[in-house]
Design a protein around this ligand. Structure first.
Ligand code: AMP
Length: 398
């Protein structure tokens, strides 16, 4: 990476303004339901504190419309305190005199978390005045929030204009290391597994990966638009009628580029995606009228597993079926298990996208992958080949 990293900064006695991604899921009791993102930010925070810097942490949480007490970051400060094993101060605003005072009282080796940035609409509007008020709080800036790097917001982009040194934190570096390794120098064979509901959400990823992968495995709802493009009957399965032409183009391109593009051979079908639905397994050519394809079938599972076993680099984004419903979760879980198995045998496995990560967590396999991205949207945009504004805005290495 040709950007400054936290290791390039002098941190001692400095006020280090850090954009972290503490946008964590909360449960009904308003507790942190999954602390992965907090845990992943610890190396950067510990580095600053260990070097005698003052860590001023800022993040958003959820999508508040104004100041929403349910999306208050104080509860995250408590969680961070536990994980860090050190006191974490909290201030109930993110700009202004009260915050400036709290920052001025910080001692080297201390940590302060600011209130939810999105309590101010100026954050998402990338308002220069708001960015300037944030910038006043630090001497140097570190961005460790990969999950919001695809957004040009005040705390990820605007703020960088007021600092001489803007560096990537350790989590940001880790995310970029694995994702760029896959795109620029994958150990071959390189297999991408794409699933999820629609082609439309992943079309740019498919196009970008077509120039890089050896094999593309397509599962999930998007498979049916491809089959429609091939003239097959797909019952009441999910089809994006306006994307049929696009699906045809992708199939032709895969042919031209000699990419091994595999669609499911069979499906688990049902009239509806409910837990008590009657299910059947049918070949791809035999989906009856009134039935929906809701998961890949056993033949497809075997085919996909074979391809995964031969691969040295695998990127996975999107479930193979409606995995939220137990009856249609098997294909996704089998893919997850096979990925864990090949990771153990030294293949590089990279999983991105909220739903695939949720499936891994459900299967308790998230620790068995080479890298699980903390950024759903950001990892997708990265795989699309886009420049992420939060990364572009960091200082270039001399
Ligand atoms: P995405 O956000 O595009 O990655 O899509 C994830 C969603 O796709 C999940 O909620 C799955 O339930 C859904 N999905 C996967 N396979 C199918 C399918 N065959 N039919 C309808 N929805 C599906």
């Amino acid at each position: 990476m040709n950007k400054l990293t936290i290791d390039d900064l002098k941190l001692k006695d400095k006020r280090v303004l850090v954009r972290v991604d503490f946008n964590v899921p909360l449960n009904e009791k308003k507790e942190v339901a999954d602390d992965t993102r907090i845990v992943e930010s610890l190396p950067t925070i510990k580095k600053i504190l260990g070097e005698g810097g003052k860590a001023i942490l800022m993040s958003h949480l959820g999508r508040p419309k104004g100041k929403d007490p349910n999306l208050n970051l104080a509860l995250v400060a408590k969680k961070l305190e536990k994980l860090l094993g050190k006191p974490v101060k909290f201030v109930s605003d993110c700009i202004g005199p009260m915050v400036e005072k709290a920052v001025s009282e910080l001692k080297p080796g201390e940590c302060l978390l600011l209130e939810n940035l999105r309590f101010y609409p100026q954050e998402e509007k990338n308002d220069p005045e708001f960015a300037k008020s944030l910038a006043k709080l630090g001497d140097v800036y570190v961005n460790d929030a990969f999950g919001t790097a695809h957004r040009a917001h005040a705390s990820t982009e605007g703020v960088t204009k007021y600092f001489k040194e803007c560096a990537a934190g350790y989590l940001m570096q880790k995310e970029l290391k694995y994702l760029s390794m896959a795109l620029s120098q994958p150990k071959r064979p390189f297999v991408a597994i794409l699933g999820g509901s629609k082609i439309s959400g992943k079309i740019d990823v498919i196009k970008n990966l077509m120039d890089k992968v050896d094999t593309l495995l397509i599962g999930g709802g998007m498979a049916f638009t491809f089959y429609k493009a091939l003239g097959k009957e797909v019952g009441t399965s999910l089809v994006e009628v306006d994307k049929i032409e696009l699906a045809k183009e992708i199939l032709q391109e895969a042919d031209k580029k000699k990419i091994d593009l595999e669609l499911p051979l069979d499906f688990v079908i049902a009239p509806e995606a409910t837990e008590d639905a009657t299910t059947k397994v049918v070949d791809k050519d035999n989906i009856p009228a009134g039935w929906k394809g809701l998961d890949i079938g056993p033949k497809t599972e075997e085919l996909f597993k074979q391809k995964i076993r031969k691969a040295n680099t695998i990127v996975w984004n999107g479930p193979m079926g409606v995995f939220e419903v137990e009856k249609f979760a098997r294909g996704t879980m089998e893919v997850a298990k096979e990925l864990a198995e090949v990771t153990r045998k030294n293949a590089v496995t990279i999983v991105g996208g909220g739903d695939s990560v949720a499936a891994l967590v459900k299967a308790n396999l998230e620790k068995k992958m080479t890298h699980v991205s903390t950024g759903g949207g950001a990892s997708l945009e990265f795989l699309e080949g886009k420049t992420l504004p939060g990364i572009a805005a960091l200082t270039d290495k001399k």
